[in-house]
Each structure stands twice: as structure tokens, then as C-alpha cells.
Design a protein around this ligand. Sequence first.
Ligand SMILES: Cc1cc2nc3c(=O)[nH]c(=O)nc-3n(C[C@H](O)[C@H](O)[C@H](O)COP(=O)(O)OP(=O)(O)OC[C@H]3O[C@@H](n4cnc5c(N)ncnc54)[C@H](O)[C@@H]3O)c2cc1C
Length: 375
Amino acid sequence: MSYDALAAAEQVADQARAQALAVDRDGAFPTSTLDAARAAGLLGLLSAPAVGGRGGSLADAAAVIERLARECGSSAMVLTMHYCGTAVIEAHGADDVRRAIAAGRHLSTLAFSEAGSRSHFWAPLSSATADGESIVLDAEKSWITSAHHADAYVWSSRPSSGTGASTLWLVPRGSAGLEIAGGFDGLGLRGNDSAPVRARGVRIAAAQRLGADGAGFEIMMGTVLPTFALLISAGSLGLAEGLVQKTAAHASGTRWAHLGEKSALADLPTIRAYVARMRIRVDQAKALWREALSAVAAGRPDAMLLVLETKASAADAAGEVADLAMRVCGGMAFRKEVGVERLFRDARAAMVMAPTSDQLYDFIGKALCGLPLFG
Ligand SMILES: Cc1cc2nc3c(=O)[nH]c(=O)nc-3n(C[C@H](O)[C@H](O)[C@H](O)COP(=O)(O)OP(=O)(O)OC[C@H]3O[C@@H](n4cnc5c(N)ncnc54)[C@H](O)[C@@H]3O)c2cc1C
């Protein structure tokens, strides 16, 4: 019988729900949720059966992330970045690393964003200098999810020689000269352990290169972008789904005691209309997300445009739905027990993760108007 990723996610969801409040309150890495994901085989979901993995599809991974994000945005984010790193390593990495990921012994992530080029992740300024059989890396990475927990970072730099916008490397977290600059104390996704990382003369083997020297941009666009965009969209949509469910439950379960019959929040037509608008917005964004997943799976020519549209649509839908949830749930929305304020904070992140919503609107507009995307 083939592996049922969604059933596995359902088991992990219990742990994610149990851990979510503490992860958010303490800014703690969701270790027990990751342990449950490992035990359920989900860390090796995108790994090929040839290296011991589950051979799951991007749509399987998307369903897993959507389910977990309903419970814990930080867990969904950590797993999203693991799957992004895995996609690159599956295509360009060494077999021993692929086997370690498949067995759940290696947590991956991306180290693309830099202090200099900021959200323009496709334009690293950091260097990779050849020295015999070694490469020496110097960089100011600005955000790496799972910075203190990933086994290695999928890392971008300028090419060590030749042309091209970038080259990718696998950089072990314990490498001498790597310095993780503090922890994460952010507004939302508080357990995602995203931190700046400095590299000063970090020496790795030249064989740690992922793909050809100078081919980083093609790998970013061809492999990472569809994976990241559709999985971070899954996270946005899971958060939005959680917001719809919690808001509807609050609206139908909360009463004004002095009004007698018909005294629930949901008895107000305005409240019902807001809940309906939330549902419609999530379902619209989900429909586009599913269409993009189908287009990528089939290798359709419209796939890339749909991928870009989906990330903007899902991130902005989550933000809009979160705003409505805060309005419907009133003053109670500010308190932890209703559960919407954590999802509201978590939902703000995807729209500023690169490519950001505003970059995507620019890219999509350029594509439609026949202009070069990076001109
Ligand atoms: C929780 C979290 C986790 C993250 N994890 C990772 C990770 O694991 N790996 C990683 O590599 N990065 C990660 N990032 C970084 C992320 O992808 C972005 O690089 C980062 O959020 C950009 O922030 P900034 O302040 O530098 O943006 P800036 O580049 O300063 O952008 C500021 C504003 O300008 C807008 N803008 C920029 N360029 C354009 C344009 N061309 N057109 C229109 N508007 C534009 C942006 O939309 C944004 O609103 C993470 C970010 C967050 C918030």
C-alpha cells in the first residue's frame, strides 16, 4: 500500500496542536512536532524510494503543510523550508545526504536571503572562493529558518568562477567560521528559529556544490520557486482555514445573556456575512493553489505564472481573512483563549517572504505586459 501522507499529517497534527501555544509563547522550536513528523515518515516525504524515501509529490507535501499550519504555523514553516532544501538536494546532492533526509536524520533549510540584497534573494552578494579542493565562503545571511537546528543549509553565493547570478552549496551547520547571530523574537511564526548567520572564511569541500557553478539562479527558479511558493501558500491557506474554523465556532458559541433567544454573535447578519466572506476568500485562494499544483505536476506552460499568482493570492488571502477574524471575534480576539490572534500574527509573514506579494504583483504584471521579469 502506498504511503498516505495526509493520514501521517493527521497524526502529527495532534502533537502540533498540543505544542502550538508553548511554541508561540516561548519562541521555542517545535521539537516534539518535528519528532512526531520524523516518526511518521514525513521528513522523507519528498525523498525518492531509491534512497529510502516516500516518493511523495509536491501536492502531497502541500496537503501536509496545509494540515499542520491549521494547528501550528511555526511547525508548518520549518517543514516547508525542509522540503525546499530537500528538493534541491534530491536533484543535485550526494546520495549519503539524500539517504539521511529520507531516514529523517537530516533537517534541511534554505540560506538565500542576505543583508545586502535583502528580499532580492536571486542576487546574492556573498562570495565563494576556490582554494584547491576547498571553497571558502564569506557571507551575511539575514534569515535562515531552523538556523540552530538544521543539519546543513542550502546556501547561495556568487559563482566561484565564471558567469551566472549564483551558485548553491550544502553548508554543514557546524562548519568552523559560521556564526548564528542570536535567536528569533518575532511577531509571528515565533518558533521557526529564523536567524541571521555570518560566514567568515568558512571552508567546505568543493564537492559540496549543488548543481553547476553559476547555475544557482536556474535551480532557484526551476526547483525552489515552485516548491517554496506552493508550500508557503499551503501554510497561508492552513492558517486561513484555522481562522475560519475558530471564528465560526466563536461566532456561534458566544452569546449576549441579556438578549435571550437569538443572542449569539452568529445571529447578527453582519457577523454571518463576515464569516461567509472569509470562507469565500479561502476557497478562492485554494482553488487557484490546486490549479497551480496540477499545472506544475503536468508541466503545463502556464505553471510558472500560476505559481507566482498562487503565492500572492494565498498570502494576501490569509492576511485579509485574519483581519476579518479579529473583527468578528471582537475584544476577545485579543486574548489567547479564542486562538485567532496567534494565527493573525503568523499569517502576516508569508506576504513579506521573498518573492514578496508586492514583488509578485510586479513580476506578474511584467509577464502579462511582455516585459523582462528582472529588467
Ligand atoms: C519568518 C521568516 C522566515 C524566513 N526564513 C527564511 C529562510 O529560511 N531562508 C531565507 O533565505 N530567507 C528567509 N526569510 C527572508 C525572506 O524571504 C525575505 O528575504 C525577507 O523577509 C525580506 O525582508 P526585508 O526586510 O529584507 O525586505 P526588503 O527587501 O527590505 O523589502 C521591503 C519591502 O519592499 C518591497 N519590495 C522589495 N522589492 C520590491 C520590488 N521589486 N517591487 C515591489 N516591492 C518590492 C517588499 O515587498 C517589502 O514590502 C524569512 C523571513 C521571515 C519573515
